[in-house]
Design a protein around this ligand. Structure first.
Ligand SMILES: O=C(O)CCC(=O)C(=O)O
Length: 280
């Protein structure tokens, strides 16, 4: 085993989730859980994952991260995004497959087991733009609202660095508009938040803290006005037993072929890219 890989921990021990926290997650559609990874562990992962991102980012997304921030569109100003890193690196796989995190996902969702949909590194560069309002599940051809995204801060992340903002209870409505992350989603969902009078929640994060939100929870992030990169790692879990939905948008066939290879509408979400990460 190489020395860098040896430095990344297992994150195997359990996290104590209280019943009120679980209930609040289900009613609000999101929760912040402090210390999902201990400081020493998260800093080891931060350095490790940052190295993997640095190695791979210039080849990603048609080379867009070789261009200056101001030359990019809103989406690519918001973050450097590298998906399913676990398939490319053993150390990242250890993070993505961490039993502790998957068990939290199962407990929040109230299910016996969860599968992986995909992971992603989301690094908001110094001076990076805002992440427009959106609902993650718009992208996913999954028939079940019992999905959750974990977003772990790898750095201490004050609000001005781009900590996530959630619209409370927005998950209860399901799809609010069929919109990808864009200037239009920012406009339409901002109006929807105002029209519905939804309260907003935002948290200062320390490295190792994680937010958790349902696939239909509306969320966004402010731009990073600091001179330091905001590094975050996310894992998307689906309840074991979820099925592939009908393809409802032009994007869905492409999304399915990337994250659910070989599966068709009606099939169980159980491709080789969707291992069970926790089962009771
Ligand atoms: O990191 C960001 O700025 C956005 C993250 C996000 O939208 C997500 O993880 O679902």
């Amino acid at each position: 085993m190489n020395t860098a890989l040896a430095a990344v921990p297992d994150l195997a021990g359990d996290y104590a989730l209280s019943v009120p926290t679980i209930e609040r997650f289900r009613s609000q559609g999101h929760a912040v859980l402090r210390g999902c990874a201990g400081r020493e562990d998260v800093l080891a992962y931060r350095d490790y994952i940052a190295g993997v991102v640095e190695r791979l980012k210039y080849e990603a997304r048609g080379g867009v991260y070789n261009t200056k921030l101001e030359e990019r569109d809103t989406y690519h100003k918001a973050f450097v995004q590298l998906e399913n890193l676990w398939t490319q690196d053993e150390g990242v796989k250890r993070f993505t497959f961490a039993r502790r995190l998957a068990k939290i996902a199962a407990e929040l969702l109230g299910v016996d087991g969860v599968r992986l949909y995909h992971d992603q590194a989301l690094f908001k560069e110094a001076g990076g733009g805002h992440t427009p309002w959106h609902q993650d599940q718009y992208y996913w051809p999954i028939d079940n609202p019992n999905t959750v995204t974990m977003w772990m801060a790898l750095d201490d992340c004050p609000i001005e660095m781009g900590s996530l903002v959630f619209a409370d209870e927005s998950h209860t409505a399901g799809s609010l508009a069929s919109l990808a992350i864009s200037d239009e989603s920012e406009r339409v969902f901002r109006d929807e938040v105002i029209r519905r009078g939804l309260p907003l929640s935002i948290n200062e994060m320390n490295a190792g803290d994680a937010t958790w939100h349902y696939g239909w929870t509306l969320h966004k992030a402010p731009g990073n006005i600091t001179n330091r990169e905001r590094r975050a790692m996310t894992i998307i879990y689906v309840a074991d037993g979820a099925r592939v939905s009908e393809f409802k948008t032009d994007r869905h066939p492409r999304e399915a072929s990337r994250w659910l290879p070989g599966l068709q509408p009606g099939d169980l979400v159980d491709s080789a890219l969707n291992p069970v990460l926790y089962s009771k």
